[in-house]
Design a protein around this ligand. Structure first.
Ligand SMILES: [Ca+2]
Ligand SMILES: [Ca+2]
Length: 214
C-alpha cells in the first residue's frame, strides 16, 4: 500500500510540475482580456468552433487549441497576434501597441514589454507565397493594461479590392478574431472621408483595429 500511495503522489507531483514551458505554463490560464473594444467595421468572433486540423497561414485557430497557426513556422506566446491575407499581392501591416504606448510593427520589431514581430510578409524567407504577419509575447511577465491591434493596407498593388484580411489574437489559452475588408482610402467603398457612421459598419477602410485590456 505504501508503494501505491507513493506512486500516486509521485504521479500527481509529476503532472503538477509537468513540462509547463513557455506558452503552456499554468499562469496562462489566468490571462483573460477585458473591456474588448472593436473599432468601426470590426465584428469580433470570440467563440471558437473547431473545423479540423490546424491549417497554416490563415490566422485561424482551426483546431481551437488556443494557438494560432501552430506548426507553421511562427512563434506563439501567452499573447499572439496574427494576420493573414492569402496570396494577394497587397502589402498589409500588423501594428500592436502595448500598455506603455510602444508600437511593434515592421519598422520597430520589438518592445521593451516583450512583444516581437517574427514574420513580415511578403518578402521574407518562410512566407511560402502566403502572406502572414505575427507578433508574440516573449516570456510570462506580461505588461497589464491596454493593447491595440491594428491592420493597415500599406499598398494594394495589383490586388483585387477589397483585400480580405483575417486578424486573430491569442490571450492566454484562447483565441478570438475577425475578418476585415481593406481598401485604399480613395477607393470607392472606403469610409475614410469623415467619421464613419454606424451605418458604415462593415464597409471597407484602409485600416481596422480593436483593443482590449489585461
Ligand atoms: Ca490552433
Ligand atoms: Ca490556422
Amino acid at each position: 500500500m505504501r508503494v501505491s500511495v507513493f506512486a500516486t503522489v509521485s504521479l500527481v507531483l509529476a503532472m503538477a510540475c509537468g513540462p509547463g514551458k513557455g506558452a503552456d505554463a499554468p499562469e496562462t490560464a489566468n490571462l483573460t482580456e477585458k473591456n474588448v473594444t472593436p473599432g468601426d467595421g470590426v465584428d469580433l468572433q470570440v467563440g471558437c468552433t473547431p473545423s479540423g486540423p490546424e491549417l497554416c497561414f490563415n490566422a485561424v485557430d482551426d483546431n481551437c487549441n488556443g494557438v494560432i497557426d501552430e506548426g507553421c513556422g511562427i512563434t506563439t506566446g501567452v499573447l499572439q497576434f496574427t494576420v493573414a491575407w492569402g496570396d494577394s499581392p497587397a502589402d498589409v501591416d500588423l501594428i500592436v501597441t502595448d500598455p506603455n504606448g510602444e508600437r511593434v510593427d515592421e519598422t520597430s520589431r520589438a518592445s521593451k514589454g516583450g512583444l516581437h514581430l517574427d514574420k513580415d510578409c511578403p518578402g521574407e524567407n518562410g512566407c511560402h507565397g502566403q502572406n502572414i504577419e505575427n507578433i508574440f509575447m516573449e516570456g510570462l511577465d506580461v505588461p497589464r493594461g491596454k493593447y491595440t491591434v491594428e491592420v493597415r493596407l500599406v499598398d494594394a498593388k495589383s490586388a483585387s479590392l477589397p483585400v480580405k484580411v483575417r486578424v486573430s489574437a491569442r490571450v492566454g489559452n484562447h483565441t478570438f478574431g475577425t475578418t476585415v475588408n481593406l481598401s485604399p482610402p480613395s477607393g470607392p467603398s472606403a469610409s475614410a472621408a469623415g467619421s464613419p457612421s454606424p451605418g458604415e459598419r462593415g464597409a471597407s477602410s484602409s485600416r481596422r483595429s480593436f483593443s482590449f485590456e489585461l
